[in-house]
Design a protein around this ligand. Structure first.
Ligand code: PHE
Length: 338
């Protein structure tokens, strides 16, 4: 039995050499130490031995068992170590390999919007937003646009139901802001607007506007002119001149359109300004008393001015781009110029 035990050890050592993975090792463990294993079989026969040999062989058997367990455990660690090393090797990333990284940057529309917001922040305006899916009431009714007004034409407005539509301008946020706040009010409202227009160099069914609203006591047309002239200079250069032409919007009275001296010819007349020397950039006016009333204020006590501009138009002019579609196609060759 002593020889058998010692032979068991060397047999194991030999078999261990050939084991490559944990499954094989488990099989081997069962083969030697399991219930039907070789060592167990030998130990079972212990009872057949003469009394005096038992202590010695018992000790030897225990020692051999420990050695076998130890050898298997050692192999187990080795295999695990190797698996880990293989995995690390396979997943290795060389962080020093040079790559061509193209850094992202802001879209021209975002750059211009930030410039606009910066200017009005400086004057103490707040930025607010409103929903793109809007009630007819806010988009038209409350803005003094009667039911039969051409602006409500199905050809211009995307209606969802009789009462719900995609806002055609950011002006509904004028009413929403007045409803929620007490005067004085000074807000700027950037946002997407929708009109049923075909896409061309100067039109898109989805575009952006920036609205402005100021309400307080004793706000006059002089405030409007001073603010918007300073704005034009901040965005298009100190040398810009402005002029205000009478116009019409149902929600302002009086209404005007603001032109800036042509950024291409400086007023001499060129193709860009159709030889007028002026370029229209926004609509504005003194908030109509009906609109102030609809916002929940007393038009006898409060007055104000409002303006609205197309963000794409401002960007096209500022960067001398001749086709609005370039702003939406997101061609990197175009975008990377800003
Ligand atoms: N909402 C008008 C438009 O979409 C612009 C505007 C806003 C005009 C505020 C006057 C005052 O054309």
């Amino acid at each position: 039995m002593k020889e058998e035990l010692i032979a068991l050890k060397s047999e194991l050592a030999e078999l261990l050499e050939r084991v490559n993975d944990l499954v094989e090792l488990n099989d081997l463990r069962a083969k030697f130490l399991g219930k039907k294993g070789k060592l167990t079989a030998i130990l079972r026969r212990m009872g057949e031995l003469p009394q005096e040999e038992r202590p010695f062989l018992g000790q030897l058997a225990n020692k051999i068992k420990e050695e076998i367990e130890f050898a298997i455990e050692e192999k187990n660690e080795k295999i695990k170590e190797r698996i880990k090393k293989d995995r690390l090797e396979k997943e290795k990333i060389d962080v020093t390999v040079p790559t061509k990284v193209i850094l992202g940057h802001r879209h021209p529309l975002s750059i211009v919007l930030n410039d606009i917001i910066d200017f009005f922040y400086g004057l103490g305006y707040e930025v607010v937003e409103g929903p793109e899916v809007e009630w007819d009431y806010y988009n038209f009714e409350a803005l003094n646009i009667p039911k039969d007004h051409p602006a409500r034409d199905l050809q211009d407005t995307f209606y969802i139901t009789d009462e719900i539509l995609l806002r055609t301008h950011t002006s509904p946020v004028q009413i929403r802001t007045m409803e929620r706040n007490k005067p004085p009010i000074k807000v700027i409202v950037p946002g997407r607007v929708f009109r049923s227009d075909a896409v061309d160099a100067t039109h898109s069914p989805v575009f952006h506007q920036v609205e402005g609203l100021v309400i307080g006591e004793d706000i006059t047309m002089a405030d409007l002119k001073g603010t918007l002239t300073a704005f034009a200079k901040a965005i298009f250069g100190e040398e810009r001149r402005t002029r205000f032409r009478p116009s019409f919007f149902p929600f302002t009275e009086p209404s005007a359109e603001m032109d800036i001296s042509c950024i291409s010819c400086n007023g001499k007349g060129c193709r860009l300004c159709s030889y007028t020397g002026w370029i229209e950039i926004l609509g504005c006016g003194m908030v109509h008393p009906n609109v102030i009333k609809n916002g929940g204020y007393d038009p006898e006590k409060f007055s104000g001015f409002a303006f609205g501009m197309g963000l794409e138009r401002i960007a096209l002019l500022k960067y001398n781009i001749d086709d609005m579609r370039l702003l939406f196609e997101n061609d990197l060759r175009f975008l990377s110029q800003f």
